[in-house]
Design a protein around this ligand. Structure first.
Ligand code: V47
Length: 384
């Protein structure tokens, strides 16, 4: 089939994609600047099919935001409460109660909170310990690079030391938040009181070198330029070449409500799709590109699967960060509906855990179905 490209600038990129040649920063920029959205999507779909085939991953997961008190003051954030009296800190009993309330199997708990200077160190390992005691089968994916950097500074310990203790009590992986955009210009304007590009990447490298896989994100669609997006992707790709420790990349579309950034609109659907596609094309050494349905809605997440994505995250009970910033999507979705969303676009749903393994119960359920089929066979024979 001839490639459906209407933008002449995409032709050399098509050659590179077909030959498996790495795209450079200029290619990344040309893709972002192109008005040929179907063409960009086509290229990403080719790259996706080659890298991961027709499988789309999903997970039975929930979010725990253990505190919303945060002194960092990021301009785009609607979640944080600066004054302690306006916010909360979960007791471990509360966290365990929420986790036990999840119906059925739970593969992953995603734990993120504010940088809250009033919480003592012991709180963090104890939280993981209690979660593992309550739900031993559940993977704990906890703490962004920003939180790990905050812990290291606050408790005057190395990131290596902190990770060793957290791993010991059951930390399985880290989420990809807090990266925002790797740009000094935006760091000093939007989030100057937390780790910038250099430190975020340094902490990720330490995680990878110490056996902890992480994700990566990019917050886009506010005041960043296309050039800054391309640099962000390239820096992630360089670190992934070095460590191979990133699992998934999640482009996070900006939500404009209830924050201090002077941007009142959210990125358009074409921009969201194009950013998913360029991420797949530039991040040739990342296995998974996630279309996080909570922030783009179920329908756009389905379309993203034709623009390079191969993961739609999960059931996500209790999402708070985007809903405080104006998200009008549901707060959670059932496992059945997630699978249907994937099947409806002709792809194969694959349930996963936080490390992209197949949870034990999936194998058990398949064995049960196979055993039932075996019992039925002799009856079929009798009837024949
Ligand atoms: O770090 C904050 C972003 C992130 C806004 O690793 C905002 O699997 C848009 O990182 N508009 C947290 N974005 C969410 C996150 C994440 C989500 C799903 C999966 C994974 C994963 C990670 O949300 C923050 C920040 O970059 N954010 N405020 C806002 N107004």
């Amino acid at each position: 089939m001839d490639a459906p490209l209407t933008d002449r600038r995409l032709a050399p990129i098509l050659d590179k994609v077909q030959n498996g040649t790495r795209l450079d920063r200029k290619d990344g920029l040309a893709l972002f600047q192109s008005d040929d959205l179907p063409g960009v999507g086509y290229l990403a779909d080719v790259a996706r099919a080659r890298k991961v085939g027709e499988t789309v991953y999903w997970v039975r997961n929930m979010h725990v935001n253990y505190t919303d008190i945060c002194a960092v003051g990021c301009k785009f954030c609607a979640f944080a409460r600066i004054k302690a009296e306006d916010g909360y800190v979960y007791s471990h009993e509360r966290t365990v109660e929420e986790i036990l309330a999840y119906p059925g199997h739970l593969a992953e708990v995603h734990i993120v909170g504010g940088c809250n200077g009033k919480i003592p160190w012991d709180y963090y390992p104890e939280m993981i310990k209690q979660i593992k005691a309550a739900r031993p089968e559940t993977h704990v994916k906890a703490f962004t690079m920003v939180e790990l950097d905050f812990f290291a500074r606050k408790f005057k310990r190395s990131v290596e030391d902190i990770l060793a203790e957290l791993k010991d009590v059951g930390l399985d992986a880290c989420p990809g938040g807090g990266a925002e955009v790797f740009s000094n210009r935006l760091h000093s304007y939007m989030f100057k009181h937390k780790a910038g590009a250099h430190r975020w990447l340094e902490v990720a490298e330490i995680c990878h070198n110490n056996g902890i896989k992480t994700n990566a994100t990019m917050l886009f669609g506010h005041i960043e330029t296309y050039e800054e997006r391309v640099v962000h992707l390239d820096l992630l790709r360089q670190l992934q070449d070095k460590t191979g420790g990133f699992q998934a990349f999640i482009p996070l579309a900006y939500h404009a409500d209830n924050n201090d950034l002077e941007v009142e609109h959210n990125p358009s659907a074409p921009d969201i799709l194009k950013t998913i596609a360029v991420s797949r094309l530039m991040l040739d050494n990342f296995e998974h590109i996630k279309a996080y349905w909570i922030l783009m809605g179920e329908r756009l997440a389905q379309i993203s699967l034709a623009f390079g994505a191969d993961d739609i995250d999960g059931t996500v009970i209790q999402e708070k960060i985007y809903h405080r910033a104006g998200a009008s999507t549901a707060m959670s979705v059932t496992a059945g509906r997630l699978k249907q969303m994937i099947k409806n676009v002709g792809r194969n749903p694959q349930e996963r855990d936080a490390l992209y393994g197949v949870p034990e119960w999936v194998g058990q359920a398949k064995a049960k179905i196979a055993a039932k089929a075996e019992v039925k066979e002799p009856v079929a024979e009798l009837g024949a």
